[in-house]
Design a protein around this ligand. Structure first.
Ligand code: SAH
Ligand code: SF4
Length: 360
């Protein structure tokens, strides 16, 4: 027999599925639940909703970490400007195209270009890179994850052929944002950037780190309301993991459980959203990716960066899958997905509302 508190958890999950939002107190109930059966029910509802939309298909994105230089100084990140212990590297256009070539042969139809905020890549250089990828692989989507840019620059990247843009908001609560970033960085700038990305036409992604230093349950609930307002096509949710080369080196990592719960909550609120089981999740638990999928994620982003640079792109310590060839990764992934009844989709995997809209 379930007691009253447990009964309430099931009821609140059903409410969330029906209304796609909750009052603050009910969100709090779900984010603090320590009842395993309630949690299992939450995961199973999120999974059912994902399956209604996407079946057993998991989209893959080839991640190309093309530069680890960064002019920003986010307190949590191993690539921050003040970290003198990173050996910095940059890939040129030919090296990036080499990664795409390998990825294309393995079936990738989305390339994610990610880097620190590196002004070496002027708009002219970025446009050339984007256009060259599009010329060589016109059937592929390009996702950019290169930090904050002004609207004019973003517009140029969209017109050059960029399709999607990932820019996690990290936390929407100003006080919390200020505790994670130096004062030159402001949540309002980031928020504005996200709205501009949408206006320009990018499939847009925001997101947070779960368990980032000083984060409270109320902060997370604010993030859930912000995401409901933004209604992005993609949401990145991964645990915070400490990096030894940052001022937060002694802070605790986020938990697997809270990350999984959030993946499920996000799925219930945004049934169509593209939701990755992140590398950070794979880093805190050997079966993190599988668990993420079983909690409602439907995207995986294997690494296509050249092996010799992988260990140098460390946002946090002990990053998973830094030693494996892309071909090996895809085989491993395929097996892992089969073991839980899922399979890799080699479609471009655009957001449901944006399919076939713009191929070039
Ligand atoms: N410079 C770009 C892209 C690279 S960082 C940007 O900041 O958008 C991409 C994401 O990695 C960040 O948004 C952040 O959420 C995540 N990240 C950075 N440091 C991390 C850490 N220590 N643990 C977990 N995720 C981290
Ligand atoms: Fe740079 Fe992005 Fe890391 Fe911030 S999170 S320091 S912007 S790479």
């Amino acid at each position: 027999m379930r007691n009253e508190k447990e009964e309430n958890v099931y009821h609140v999950i059903d409410l969330l599925e029906k209304h796609r939002t909750l009052i603050r107190g009910d969100f709090k109930t779900l984010l603090t639940v320590d009842d395993k059966d309630g949690e299992a029910y939450l995961f199973s509802r999120a999974r059912a909703i994902t399956e209604e939309r996407f079946g057993k298909d998991i989209y893959i994105r080839g991640l190309i970490e093309f530069s680890n230089y960064c002019k920003q100084n986010c307190l949590y990140c191993g690539l921050r400007r003040d970290n003198q212990n990173v050996e910095r590297y940059r890939l040129d256009k030919e090296e990036i195209l080499e990664c795409c070539k390998e990825g294309y042969a393995l079936g990738f139809r989305t390339f994610v270009l990610q880097s620190g905020e590196d002004d070496y890549y002027t708009p002219q250089k970025m446009i050339d890179i984007i256009q060259s990828i599009k010329t060589n692989y016109p059937d592929c989507a390009i996702t950019l994850s290169i930090g904050e840019k002004d609207k004019e620059t973003l517009d140029l990247y969209y017109r050059a052929g960029g399709n999607r843009y990932l820019l996690r908001h990290e936390t929407i609560t100003a006080e919390h944002y200020n505790a994670l970033h130096p004062k030159e960085m402001q949540i309002n700038t980031r928020k504005e950037c996200l709205y501009q990305l949408q206006e320009i036409g990018f499939q847009t992604g925001c997101g947070i780190m779960v368990g980032s230093p000083f984060q409270t349950v109320d902060n997370i609930i604010n993030d859930l309301y912000f995401m409901a307002d933004l209604a992005p096509e993609m949401i990145g949710i991964g645990p915070y993991l400490p990096s030894q080369d940052t001022p937060f080196k002694n802070k605790k990592a986020g938990s697997l459980e809270q990350t999984l719960r959030l993946l499920s909550l996000v799925r219930l609120m945004h049934p169509d959203v593209l939701l990755p089981a992140t590398t950070a999740l794979a880093t805190i638990h050997p079966k993190g990716r599988e668990k993420g999928i079983l909690a409602g994620a439907n995207v995986i982003m294997p690494n296509l960066s050249p092996l010799r640079f992988r260990k140098k792109y460390q946002l946090y310590d002990n990053k998973a899958c830094t030693g494996d060839e892309a071909a090996h990764c895809i085989g491993c992934l395929e097996r892992r997905l089969h073991s839980i009844g899922y399979r890799i989709s080699r479609d471009r995997g655009d957001h449901i509302k944006r399919r076939g809209e713009r191929i070039v």
